[in-house]
Design a protein around this ligand. Sequence first.
Ligand SMILES: Cc1ncc(COP(=O)(O)O)c(C=O)c1O
Length: 386
Amino acid sequence: MKFNPVLEKLTPYRAGPALDDIRRRYQLDSVAMLSANEVPWGPFPEVVDALKTVLDGLNRYPDGACNRLRSLVAERLGVSERNLVFGNGSCELLMLLGQAFLSPEQHAVIPHPSFVMYRLIALAHGAPFSAVPLKNLDYDLEAMLAAIRDDTSLVIICNPNNPTGSYLEPAALRAFFDQIPKDTVIVLDEAYVEFVTSPDWEESAAWLKDYPNLVILRTFSKIYGLAGLRIGYGIADPPVVEALDKIRQPFNVDTLAQVAAVESFRRPARVEERRQQIAAERVRVAARLDEMGIRYHASEANFLLVDVTDLGIPGPEVAQALLERGILTRSGYAMDCPGWLRVTLGEAQEGDLFLSAIDELKQSDAGRMPARVVNGLSAESLSPES
Ligand SMILES: Cc1ncc(COP(=O)(O)O)c(C=O)c1O
C-alpha cells in the first residue's frame, strides 16, 4: 500500500490503561490521577443538568457553527463572532493549523520541551521544524526568534508552558510578537490560562487588533472539567478562521460538548472558585516542598515540575515508585525533562499523598529498592501524554 511517507516518522499515541487496570495490577484501593493535568472535579452541576435535557435530541446533527457558544464567547472576550473557531478539543485546532500552515516547504518553530502535539503536527505534515530548547526550564525567546527563517510559517508558544508551568508576562510576549514577521502565524496556546493568578495577566484576545497573525487557543478540558467531551476554541483574524473552517469537518463539535461549554462559560464565578482553589494548593504544595528541601519550577498552571534527582532512588524510577504507592504522575524522563517529574495539583488530599510519598522516598533507604514492573506495566507506559 502506498502510505503517506510522513507516517514513517510517527508513532500512534499510546493511551494509558484504565484506572481499574492499574488498581488491579498493583493491588491498590485507589489511584490518585495526577498525570494528565485535568482537574479532579467533574463539570459544574448546572452543566450536568443541562446535558440531561438534550439527550433525547441526539438523533439530530449538532449546530455546525456552535452559534450559542460563539455569541457568548465573542461578547465576553470583546471580539467579533468571525474571530472564533471551535474544535474537537484544542488538539483538533492544532491539527487544522498544521494542515493550513505546514508542509515540506513551510517550517515551524516550537519550544522544547513543550506540549507533544506541536512536534506531531509538524511531522504529520512533513514540515521542517526547529525545536528550540528552553533555558533553565524557561523560554529562550531570543533563540526562538533566531530560529525563524524565510520559510517559517508557524511559531508556537504555550503560556503557561506544559510541562514546566512557566509563565511569560504580557510585556515579554508582546515584545516577542513584535519581532515576528507579519506573514508568520503565531500560535499562543493558552490551555492553562484560567489557572493564572499573576497580577500582570492580560486578556490576550485584546491583542488581536495589534497582531492579525496571532491565533490564541483555549480549551474546556482543563479548569472547566470537560476533558471527556472534547471542545476547545481558537481566537484569530477572520482569514485564519476561514482557512480552518474550510478544512474542518462540518460537525466537528458534538451537541453535548456545545451544551456543556455554554453552561460552563456562563459561570465565571465557578471558574474563579476553582482558580483560587488550585492557586492555594500550588502555594501549599510548594511550601511543603520548600520545607523538604526539594526544588520545583515556578508555575502558574495546575501542575508543578518537581526535581527528583535528590531522592532515595534514581530519578528515572521515581514515577514508578509513586505509582506503586497509588499516585500516577508524569515522568520528566518521558518528556525530555530528565531529572524532573510533573504532578497535577487539585485536591489537598491527593497533594498530601504525593508529598508524603516524596518525603518517604527522600527519607528512607527503602526507597532505594529498584522499581517493580508488574505485567510489563511501568509508570512510563501508563502516563497519557497530556
Ligand atoms: C498545552 C496544551 N495544549 C492543548 C492541550 C489539549 O487540550 P484539548 O483537550 O482541548 O485537546 C493540552 C492537553 O493537555 C495541553 O497541555
